[in-house]
Design a protein around this ligand. Structure first.
Ligand code: FMN
Length: 325
């Protein structure tokens, strides 16, 4: 059984990509990921906010001891950014020298002006593609919805002018007209969209009366949202779609490909079951294909997408009508 696929024009030996996380932040880890049979890996993101926070801390120290000095801040800014970015570029170069699977760099992007020069360096360091993890909280009461959405297009336009490696967007499902937004983004010239990112969420501790972090890892039931949207969008877009969130086993991968995914990202399940579990996932996909008489992923990709399913309306249904009745 052939489980190879292409994603953003890259050849992958397996549809399973290890998503951006702490498991992909060092070349030794990437080698283990490749040995276990992953098709590609998305490096741990470099966070624009992270740089900003560190910068603010230093600024606080400097301003306490020496008072404000704009020139000094400019210097610090360049130094600090330089250090973080250098370490990231070094990771990309080492990864490319150490593994032969595609290596996708990842940037957590907040403001459009920041990343175009860095993106060039990412491409020059040898990254096979760049995934942009973009999100603006839709609870900004000062800005119009359309203003927030425009930012996505501005960032993409700028990046596509800057670099020639494939670019993908990892987006959330918090858009007022999600289907239209996914389609419009797919028409910008990007090569892939990842449906969907999973965010850190707050929870409330009722004993201590404190806000605390909620579960960090997903559960298999979290697959439902990306599965629905994969099925609805897979034949309506102009770029590849990869699934993310709640894919915990071969069944999850197969469902997403049946819905139309070109590739699938996994994270939480690999923290739980460890990297060698990827071998089990690849083997289980092949066994399932053999049972069902499929020789390649293309033989069944999209068979249960909304465009091809016998009962397409099921993907539009939201209410538990039958159960309420
Ligand atoms: C510990 C941890 C760290 C993560 N770090 C990043 C990151 O740096 N950049 C990013 O885009 N996503 C990050 N994610 C999100 C994952 O890439 C993925 O989208 C999310 O966990 C949903 O997939 P899953 O259900 O397979 O876990 C992280 C997730 C976890 C659990």
């Amino acid at each position: 059984m052939d489980i190879s696929t292409t994603y953003m024009g890259l050849a992958l030996e397996s549809p399973v990509i290890v998503g951006s996380c702490g498991l992909t932040d060092a070349v030794e880890k990437l080698k283990r990921i490749e040995d276990a049979g992953a098709g590609a890996a998305v490096l741990k993101s470099i966070f624009e906010e992270e740089i900003a926070y560190e910068y603010n801390d230093i600024i606080k120290d400097v301003s306490l001891t020496t008072g404000y000095n704009l020139e000094q801040f400019d210097y610090l800014d360049v130094q600090l950014r330089g250090k973080k970015l250098f370490a990231y570029l070094d990771l990309i170069k080492k990864a490319k020298a150490g593994v032969s699977m595609p290596v996708i760099a990842s940037v957590n992007c907040v403001y459009s002006h920041e990343w175009s020069s860095f993106a060039t360096q990412i491409a020059e360091a040898g990254a096979d593609a760049l995934e942009l993890n973009m999100f603006f909280v839709p609870a900004d009461f000062e800005r119009e919805r359309s203003e927030l959405e425009t930012l996505y297009f501005q960032i993409v336009e700028k990046l596509l002018k800057t670099i020639t490696i494939p670019v993908s967007l990892k987006i959330s499902h918090y858009f007022s007209n999600l289907g239209q937004m996914i389609r419009r983004l797919s028409e910008t010239g990007i090569s892939g969209i990842v449906l969907f990112n999973r965010f850190f969420s707050p929870d409330i501790d009722t004993d201590r009366l404190e806000v605390k972090p909620s579960f960090i890892f997903s559960s298999p039931s979290d697959l439902a949202i990306s599965l629905r949207w994969m099925a609805i969008m897979s034949q309506r877009v102009n770029c590849d779609l990869a699934a993310s969130t709640g894919v915990h086993d071969a069944q999850g991968v197969i469902k997403q490909i049946l819905a139309g995914a070109q590739a699938v990202q996994m994270v939480s399940t690999l923290y739980k079951n460890k990297i060698p579990y990827l071998k089990t996932v690849d083997r289980d996909i092949q066994n399932w294909m053999e049972t069902h008489g499929f020789k390649t992923l293309g033989d069944f990709r999209g068979k249960l997408s909304q465009a091809e399913a016998d009962n397409p309306a099921v993907y539009d249904r939201l209410q538990f009508m039958k159960y309420y009745a």
